[in-house]
Write a protein that binds this ligand. Structure first.
Ligand SMILES: Cc1cc2nc3c(=O)[nH]c(=O)nc-3n(C[C@H](O)[C@H](O)[C@H](O)COP(=O)(O)OP(=O)(O)OC[C@H]3O[C@@H](n4cnc5c(N)ncnc54)[C@H](O)[C@@H]3O)c2cc1C
Length: 434
């Protein structure tokens, strides 16, 4: 039998294709980051606002197969909050929404960076900060990309690498940027322009639809030891041990290596050094119908609030908020135990409500429901040592014969579409006896 450590989406998709498998999940309910929460009639994704999109038709088919008619289809209407204005997202497709001086600086900077790149006169960037200037020029970088990225990653951009940016940070054609500067509508990052969202149950609808195909899930089983026995593996939680012929781990790499004290010290050090950010979300029910028509709004400036993004789930589906109301979800990245993580729930709600009221996003007196959630593993940080540390762990996992899968199982910045595709491909490999 195959033991699958972790019952998030990756573990569940894999198990759903392999009848002779068992999932071990620490929480009382499987789903990991794709669990949703309903209170006071509002449904939220407490581990971060999710929408479903992909460049890959196979992933889209998979979503559609799971959701069937439990789906809403939306066109993105996303903004960047800049100097009190809503600028169309991606920022470089919204330049005409900027004050005219800022528009000119962003446009000229973009053209100069573009020319430098295409004439080969720009030096090759060696870190994320240099890459932003190289790709976007100083105007767009300093107005939006640098403050936003430093706010979400909580890491100086010069201490981040660039391997993760291709496909993640939009790469706009010069023509589109010039058109956007003079007010001709253009769209960027187009594979996300149209997205799906479950009509009911939040993103957890994916998990619920998948579960009937999953042969065995043990919940409340927190893996604390993983070791070899003969040709197989023994996995324990301190009370009980389960034996498997082979294992796939989707639990965060640092947690896996903590459960393997027999691993070489340098591998354990590399695993512990992998950087990630935690997340606090503040979920709010608002007693106003059609509060706005935004999908979500980015907040690059620290002065606007601690949150880097506010999403409006009631604009994703007509069934996730009671009639006549709207909902908002603010996301604040942080580190476990830092001042944001440790702030009480009431103070976190107060911070978001006070800032929203001051910025005229919504009114304090309209807030009728509130909850806070904390997520320990939310974002992989691609610091300069990331590749080296990850390579060390991967070499070890390959040598001892553990397959790694998933967002923190592989310590990669992947969304549900990649999670699904990788799980399906691993299942095909395992099913064919490879
Ligand atoms: C803020 C945010 C926004 C996102 N937005 C989107 C989006 O819009 N669209 C999209 O497609 N994707 C989005 N994602 C990504 C998506 O959530 C993930 O790619 C996906 O859910 C990862 O699934 P996973 O199974 O790899 O990991 P996880 O969901 O993290 O699953 C790992 C599981 O392992 C369990 N576990 C951990 N340690 C142990 C242990 N010791 N023993 C047993 N079990 C353990 C955990 O409880 C968890 O259930 C977002 C993620 C975040 C954080």
């Amino acid at each position: 039998m195959l033991g699958i450590l972790g019952g998030g989406l990756s573990g569940l998709v894999l198990a759903s294709r392999l009848p002779d498998s068992e999932v071990l999940e620490q929480a009382e309910r499987p789903g990991g980051l794709c669990r949703s929460l309903t209170f006071d009639g509002f449904t939220f994704d407490p581990h971060g606002s999710h929408v479903l999109f992909s460049r890959n038709p196979r992933a889209i088919e998979f979503y559609e197969g799971l959701l069937r008619d439990n789906v809403c289809r939306r066109r993105r209407n996303t903004k960047v909050f800049y100097k009190g204005r809503y600028v169309k997202y991606p920022f470089e497709n919204g330049l005409s929404d900027l004050p005219i001086e800022d528009n000119a600086r962003c446009t000229l900077g973009y053209i100069q960076a573009y020319l430098a790149r295409h004439t080969g006169t720009a030096p090759k960037p060696s870190n994320f900060r240099e890459w932003l200037y190289h790709r976007f020029g100083p105007g767009i970088t300093e107005a939006y990309l640098l403050p936003y990225n430093e706010k979400i990653w909580k890491t100086p951009a010069e201490r981040m690498g660039v391997e993760w940016v291709e496909g993640r940070v939009p790469d706009p054609p010069l023509e589109d940027v010039v058109k956007s500067a003079i007010g001709v509508p253009t769209e960027g990052y187009t594979h996300q322009l149209h997205f799906m969202y479950p009509r009911e149950q939040g993103v957890e609808a994916l998990v619920r639809a998948l579960l009937p195909a999953v042969p065995r899930v043990r919940t409340g089983f927190r893996v604390t030891s993983v070791r070899r026995r003969g040709d197989g593996w023994v996995v324990g939680d301190g009370n009980e041990e389960r034996e498997y012929d082979s294992i796939v781990s989707t639990v965060p790499i640092p947690e896996l290596l903590r459960a393997m004290p027999e691993a070489p010290a340098d591998v354990r050090v590399a695993a512990a050094a992998l950087q990630h950010r935690a997340l606090v979300t503040v979920m709010l029910g608002i007693a106003r119908p059609n509060l706005n028509d935004f999908s979500w709004v980015y907040f690059p400036t620290p002065a606007d609030g601690r949150f880097n993004r506010i999403s409006y789930p009631s604009n994703f589906s007509d069934r996730v908020a009671p009639e006549g109301t709207s909902s908002a979800l603010a996301e604040i990245t942080c580190d476990i135990g830092d001042p944001t993580w440790s702030l009480g729930d009431e103070a976190l709600v107060e911070h978001v409500v006070e800032r929203a009221d001051a910025l005229q996003l919504f009114r304090r007196q309209d807030v009728i429901a509130a909850r806070v959630a904390r997520t320990r593993y939310a974002y992989v940080v691609f610091d300069l040592a990331h590749r080296r540390n990850l390579d060390r762990v991967n070499e070890y996992a390959e040598r001892v014969g553990i397959r790694l899968l998933g967002r923190f199982g592989q310590f990669d910045y992947i969304n549900t579409d990649q999670v699904i595709l990788r799980a399906l491909s691993l299942a095909a490999e395992a099913g064919s006896g490879a």
